[in-house]
Design a protein around this ligand. Structure first.
Ligand SMILES: *[C@@H]1O[C@H](CO)[C@@H](O)[C@H](O)[C@H]1NC(C)=O
Ligand SMILES: *[C@@H]1O[C@H](CO)[C@@H](O)[C@H](O)[C@H]1NC(C)=O
Ligand SMILES: *[C@@H]1O[C@H](CO)[C@@H](O)[C@H](O)[C@H]1NC(C)=O
Ligand SMILES: *[C@@H]1O[C@H](CO)[C@@H](O)[C@H](O)[C@H]1NC(C)=O
Ligand SMILES: *[C@@H]1O[C@H](CO)[C@@H](O)[C@H](O)[C@H]1NC(C)=O
Ligand SMILES: *[C@@H]1O[C@H](CO)[C@@H](O)[C@H](O)[C@H]1NC(C)=O
Length: 587
């Protein structure tokens, strides 16, 4: 076809008619919007279940009640609109921001009221989270052309999600202190596809200060992610202070400054709970526990054993002795100290279980065997005992997939199994009736693909150049977006997939790079887990063309709020809200 000037003109005007997407991320289940502009003012009239609620900047929830938590949520939402917002010139065609922005000098219409209605009461013990799916995260949000906003939800968490979507409707005006939405009227009905949408953060390979963990929770709340899994100890370090056994962190932490006090743990969990993010912890065992050897050498085998690859996945090795009552005594004391402290804010506790190398027990005087027949019953007893202790504290155990799949250890059907080795594992476990969360390393390991962290001498040079890491390549956001944890499962099996977590293993990540590694890719997995891979409007997989402009907008919002997210792509691409300027043309 010859591309005549008139056809070209038609094509251009068709593109202009395509409404630029408005970026609520993750995409709501249903979302309709108009094209009227409304402004927001700090004196907006707000009610919560009929009672007036005053907007105060930086309002700290002073009590753990629904009203206090919602008041703080409103304060954060409006605060982010008024003081952590941005002028979206980078999301509009060059030189055309004024076509997107309303004219502040004529006919300003204002949002008049925000009516928040919570249909059901939160549990008395409000920050004690339920198991996956037990609390409704659903909300609906309408914004009339006349400026009345109504947000309805069943729980405070649903209210917080609705407030987050509300903030994402607004931009700062380029003239300065005006904030508007160009999308009125708006109607949103929304709920998540999966109840478990998380990030695994490793703070043992590299210590992450409390403020970085809180910053991670901020990014999670902005993306409707709801589980922060803190991998808090490993063979390299033990940063977790245990009151009854201070020696464990005194000897096991990298430095006295690199520890979490009980107050830190409480602060982190409470901060999460107030934002709808459940923070739960993992003490990885019986492998990945070498740092305990620094304070309790008698209960660990193979600590810092070389060549390490015969005994573990990375240096330094170290595993619990599997047939030693002193290990039981240590763990009894640990659980009695730690679990009551984390229980008020968690439903779960992760007991690890990945990558146990059977050779470790060769060095254990009490066992001296690497035979599965010998080790399996010992491991069965060990896991059962620890899981029962976790249950006794009112927590549900999580385990890595190797425990049931590689070691054939029987775990209860209440236990949530975390997979990382791929779709066969998800299928295998769900077909046997196990609940699963998926962290498939080929898609959702965010630390991958940045090169080796191990050193090679000249002999190793030739064999290992160019020093790629084990899970190379990097998982770019487009690849992260393509993963559906329930792919190829029967409907019955799919029901047992509670969701997933992206993993941030920290062998070569520190607080300086943390945000750029996590964001915006965690939000990308977050959309798969909240909205699903399939767009209900088309019945097709959501496309990168649809996602990229919305993700670019989310990225600007994250940065405006202090989350140092990586960019999605260059400004040449973001300045086309259709994403077409940077589409790869298939010829
Ligand atoms: C705004 O929406 C109305 C109602 O759908 C439509 O008639 C009108 O053409 C739209 N205006 C613009 C500028 O897109
Ligand atoms: C166990 O150690 C032997 C060497 O003694 C090694 O050949 C083997 O690969 C090791 N097994 C594992 C699982 O690392
Ligand atoms: C484990 O310890 C018990 C009690 O000391 C002992 O009877 C048993 O033989 C040990 N099992 C193995 C596999 O070493
Ligand atoms: C068990 O140990 C023996 C002796 O060190 C070794 O040859 C063998 O490879 C080990 N088996 C496994 C499965 O690692
Ligand atoms: C599940 O894993 C077990 C142990 O690895 C294996 O024997 C079994 O064949 C697997 N089953 C399926 C359905 O993949
Ligand atoms: C969606 O993409 C997945 C791969 O991520 C593919 O297996 C599936 O067939 C696609 N579904 C549809 C409806 O196109």
């Amino acid at each position: 076809m010859v591309f005549t000037p008139s056809l070209r003109l038609l094509a251009v005007s068709l593109v202009a008619l395509l409404q630029p997407v408005s970026a609520i991320w993750p995409a709501p289940q249903t979302f309709t919007k108009g094209n009227s502009s409304l402004y927001l003012h700090q004196n907006i009239k707000i009610t919560y279940n009929g009672e007036p609620l005053a907007y105060t900047a930086d309002y700290p929830a002073s009590a753990l009640s629904s009203k206090e938590i919602v008041t703080a949520g409103v304060s954060r939402a409006l605060g982010s609109i008024f003081s952590q917002n941005f002028v979206p010139w980078m999301l509009q065609p060059r030189g055309q921001l004024s076509k997107f922005e309303p004219d502040v000098y004529k006919g300003q219409k204002w949002i008049k009221s925000l009516e928040i209605v919570q249909n059901t009461k939160d549990a008395n013990n409000i920050v004690k989270p339920a198991l996956a799916g037990e609390v409704s995260e659903e909300y609906s949000l309408t914004l009339s052309a006349e400026g009345d906003v109504k947000l309805t939800a069943d729980s405070y968490i649903g209210v917080l999600h609705g407030l987050e979507s509300f903030t994402q409707l607004f931009f700062q005006h380029s003239t300065g202190t005006s904030w508007y939405t160009p999308w009125a009227p708006v109607e949103i009905k929304d709920k998540p596809k999966y109840p478990h949408r998380g990030i695994l953060l490793d703070v043992a390979r590299t210590f992450m200060p409390v403020k970085n963990i809180l910053g991670t929770i901020d990014g999670m709340a902005a993306s409707k992610l709801n589980r922060l899994h803190v991998h808090v100890t490993d063979s390299q370090s033990w940063p977790l202070q245990i009151i009854s056994m201070p020696e464990v962190a005194e000897k096991g932490a990298y430095h006295p400054s690199q520890t979490y006090s009980p107050a830190d743990i409480d602060n982190i969990q409470k901060y999460g709970a107030l934002r709808g993010v459940q923070v739960y912890f993992e003490i990885d065992m019986p492998g990945h526990i070498g740092s305990v050897s620094l304070s309790h050498p008698d209960i660990i085998v193979a600590y810092d054993q070389w060549p390490y690859q015969w005994y573990c996945a990375e240096p330094p090795c170290g595993a619990f002795k599997l047939n030693d009552t002193k290990v039981d005594d240590f763990l009894g004391k640990l659980w009695d100290d730690l679990l009551p402290r984390v229980t008020p804010y968690s439903a779960y506790f992760h007991t690890g279980g990945d990558e146990l190398n059977r050779n470790d027990s060769m060095l254990d005087e009490g066992i001296k065997s690497n035979d599965t027949e010998v080790l399996r019953p010992l491991l069965q007893k060990f896991i059962e005992k620890q899981h029962n202790r976790v249950r006794k504290q009112g927590l549900t155990p999580l385990t890595w997939e190797e425990i049931p799949l590689e070691w054939n250890v029987n775990v209860g059907k209440d236990v949530v199994v975390q997979t990382w080795l791929g779709p066969d594992s998800v299928k295998n476990l769900t077909s046997k009736g196990h609940k699963v969360i998926d962290s498939n390393y080929n898609f959702w390991y965010l630390d991958c693909g940045r090169g080796q962290w191990l050193n090679f001498d000249n002999a190793g040079y030739a064999a290992f150049s160019p020093f790629l890491d084990w899970c190379n390549p990097n998982k770019g956001w487009r690849h992260v977006y393509s993963h559906d944890p329930a792919a190829n499962l029967t409907p019955e099996e799919a029901k047992l997939v509670l969701g997933g977590e992206v993993a941030v293993w920290a062998e070569s990540i520190d607080p300086i790079t943390l945000d750029t590694i996590i964001w915006p890719r965690a939000s990308v997995a977050g959309e798969v887990l909240w909205s699903g891979r399939i767009d209900p409007a088309t019945g097709q997989n959501r496309t990168q063309l649809d996602a990229a402009p919305r993700l670019s907008e989310l990225r600007e919002r994250l940065v405006a709020r202090g989350v140092q997210s990586s960019s999605v792509y260059m400004t040449w691409c973001t300045q086309d809200p259709t994403g077409k300027s940077c589409e790869y043309p298939l010829v």
